[in-house]
Design a protein. Sequence first.
Length: 349
Amino acid sequence: MIDLRSDTVTRPTPAMRRAMAEAEVGDDVYREDPTVLRLEELGAAMLGFPAALFVPTGTMGNQLAVHLQTRPGSEVIIEARGHISNFEMGAMAVWSGALPRPIVTESGLLDPVQVEAAISPRVSYRTPSRLLALENTHNFWSGLPMDAARTRALAAVARSHGLAVHLDGARIFNAAAALGTTAAELARGCDTVMFCLSKGLAAPAGSLLCGSKELIEEAVRARKLFGGGMRQIGILAAAGIVALTEMVERLPADHVRARRLAEGLAGIPAVDVDPARIHTNILVFRLRGEKTPGAHELAPSQRLVTGLQERGVLCGAFGATEVRMVTHYEITDADVEAAVRAAREVLTP
């Protein structure tokens, strides 16, 4: 199968498997796993932060950041299609008692004026705004990267009103590659940043939450509270070290293939996609002229997903008429061509 569902489906590389087999380990709940500590030091340095904490998932990393920088009954300002409020099962409400304040945008990029307008005034009868949550790249907006200047401008507005700033940087290295800069530059101005090792970087599991030494010390406690205390996890951290030292530089190849995929699909009349908006490895496109399905009908997106699966291509439905495809290191040029051919077969009357 050509698996375009996500870059989370990648399998660890041979170098990762060797590193995992040979990893020096200890009990990480006691903070005694030397391989984990090396990974955290490396990740923090690459993002330009004093400290980092290894967590099992990106969702946990994001929610630790929310938990530590809000209070129950406060708001998190976020773009309306942001991952933290759409794909993390209401965790900010469950774990932290916080509510999202979604901002609808036309392009997926928040504007400082919009953010300022969304911040609650400091009066007793309004829910206080405590955190601005950014996302880079923006998953739901076809992996849209956000440049450093915009991040700093948004952070400046938030900070002027006493808000902390968290960056969901699950694919921040993809953003850096697309923009010709570094992950550290894209993270400047944020109080915390989470990034994933298990997506385009191909590690089997794990993410890192970066922040100040004081905040990360508190995050260790909160990670245990959330059920994320792990033991001899150097076997996973070893793969993360390989991910950061060997897999970052190859990310542009995924971006090229995603653009080619978009160009091929754009030639199908039923597909609504602008290849010029595909900058990284995620492609979200709409199906033209499709109506909302009835109660007992398959959604148009699901009909396409099913038809592609029958032809050896896996992808995911995002709503009734949206479909997502994601390139990664296991996808070849031939796979891209085959996926376009399969889509044409399914969508051509």
